[in-house]
Design a binder for this molecule. Structure first.
Ligand code: FE2
Length: 172
């Protein structure tokens, strides 16, 4: 292996471990929100689906690491503090929790989209062509989730407004 290819492979493995930790955070983040949301059922349904997708994405990464003769880092999964998850924890006390979480989830999905694009570039640079199709699948799922959230910013905001105006508990 040339120096650059070896370097690309090393950075790719670190990136896969990081993304595995991000997927663990995504699952936690969504589970926490799903457990609290009462009045936004289509959001709960979509989040449940994305929890399943995120579990599958984490599994794909485990397979890729295994094929490269290594594994993910449980310590990193636990230790990586990710801004989206910290934000969501803080939102639990906000009266506009559903809005704040929608904005944070939109940002989180775009972080993941950027991450999978970087991983695909590194897979190419390292000559790990077999890694590309599972990463592309995960990228597609993140893009679909981001676009679902984008489509639901307005309806969610309007429902929040309507419930607030009616004096209801609006934020979850
Ligand atoms: Fe994900």
């Amino acid at each position: 292996m040339s120096g650059t290819i070896q370097k690309a492979s090393d950075i790719f493995i670190v990136g896969l471990r990081n993304q595995h930790a991000v997927e663990s955070q995504a699952i936690e983040l969504l589970e926490r929100q799903v457990g609290r949301l009462e009045n936004y059922p289509e959001m709960v349904d979509r989040m449940r689906r994305h929890i399943g997708e995120s579990q599958e994405q984490a599994r794909r990464i485990e397979e890729l690491l295994k094929a490269l003769g290594t594994s993910h880092s449980a310590a990193k999964d636990l230790g990586l503090s990710f801004v989206g998850n910290l934000a969501a924890a803080g939102h639990a006390t906000a009266p506009d929790e559903v809005i704040k979480n929608t904005l944070a989830n939109y940002a989180f999905e775009h972080y993941e989209i950027a991450s999978y694009r970087a991983l695909l570039t590194l897979a190419d640079a390292a000559g790990h062509s077999a890694a590309k199709s599972p990463l592309q699948q995960s990228l597609k799922e993140e893009e679909a989730m981001a676009s679902w959230i984008a489509d639901h910013i307005a309806p969610t905001t309007l429902r929040f407004l309507e419930r607030s105006a009616a004096g209801a508990k609006a934020g979850v």
